[in-house]
Design a protein around this ligand. Structure first.
Ligand code: HSE
Length: 314
């Protein structure tokens, strides 16, 4: 497949570096202000050094990349709320040209799912978005494989919040201290607001609800509470009782909820560090647990490239 990648952060850069190993050519790469296009395939190292030295990926524009001759547009720009722009317009542009789209960006499928599906219905292209929920964990493809058997989903869907909670519980450290540590380690974004306020986990749950219920949920339909106001004493009290606290997202009975919840200290949901876990309730097969790395460049890129492999190639 010929890939065009929009977004040159950790995820877009990892797709550029790993695509060749999966048998694909990257024919275009864009960041927010520049673009590089080469029908013969771009050299990942040349793009990376150009970005490092000149803070641009090439001499072209992002529009040149959107108009390039690709089979799949990989959308890896930052998630935005509301109208989900500019990600939504990138999806629209590719589908109107009958090209496939693979998203890491949560915005278009969390905030404008019905618009995305309407565009897809009129296009020869398909839209896949495994990377938007739980990074490397194959959540959406598992739901798809189970053919409508999954009735509910819950789990830990934000690595930053989980790192903060597990460090606070294990070391007895305060919230601000651990959050600063997470930022120093590169675990948390420079602006971790979406992570600690529960918004990032809620967007993932909204996407799960859209897929499970084939409906149109948005962030406004979710009940969201973060961990930013959680006192350390709550974790100490929980530990006295053999329990701990995790930021749990849940999609069940038509509702979407995210908030800090008490879970058994050594239970399945008490994953540590930046790990994620998703529990799927099924009609005939009981509960499935899938755990792994929910964030990171190569991890998220592996989910994107798995989606590319699922697309029909002509
Ligand atoms: N910032 C997210 C996390 C990953 O910490 O899990 C991207 O959704």
């Amino acid at each position: 497949m010929r890939l065009a990648i929009v977004g040159s952060g950790a995820v877009g850069t990892s797709v550029l570096e790993l695509a060749g190993g999966y048998g694909h050519d990257v024919v275009g790469v864009a960041d927010s202000s520049s673009g590089a296009v080469d029908a013969a395939g771009l050299d990942p190292e040349a793009v990376r050094s150009r970005k490092h030295e000149q803070d641009t990926v090439g001499d072209g524009t992002p529009e040149d990349v959107l108009e390039a001759d690709y089979d799949v547009l990989v959308e890896a720009t930052p998630t935005t709320l509301g109208d989900a722009e500019p990600g939504f317009s990138h999806v629209e542009c590719a589908l109107e040209r009958d090209r496939h789209v693979v998203l890491a960006n949560k915005g278009p499928v969390a905030e404008r799912y019905d618009d995305v599906r309407a565009l897809e219905a009129d296009s020869a292209g398909s839209v896949l978005f495994e990377a938007a929920v739980g990074g490397a964990i194959p959540v959406l493809s598992t739901i798809d494989d189970l053919n409508g058997q999954v009735t509910a989903a819950r789990g830990v869907l934000n690595g930053t919040a989980n790192f903060v909670l597990s460090r606070m519980a294990a070391e007895g450290l305060g919230y601000e201290h651990v959050l600063a540590e997470a930022q120093d380690l590169g675990v948390a974004e420079a602006d971790p607001t979406f992570d600690v306020e529960g918004v990032d986990a809620a967007l993932k749950c909204v996407i799960l609800a859209n897929v499970l219920y084939e409906d149109t949920y948005t962030l406004e339909d979710a009940e969201v509470e973060g961990i930013d106001d959680l006192p350390g004493s709550a974790l100490e009290l929980a530990a006295e009782d053999g329990r701990t606290i995790r930021l749990i997202g849940e999609v069940a009975d038509g509702d979407v909820r995210v908030g800090p919840r008490l879970v058994p200290e050594n239970g399945t949901l008490a994953v540590s560090g930046t790990l994620n876990i998703v529990q799927l309730e099924t009609q005939h097969a009981g509960r499935l647990n899938i755990s792994g790395r929910g964030a990171g460049g190569p991890e998220t890129a592996s989910a994107i490239l798995a989606d590319v492999g699922r697309l029909p190639s002509e």
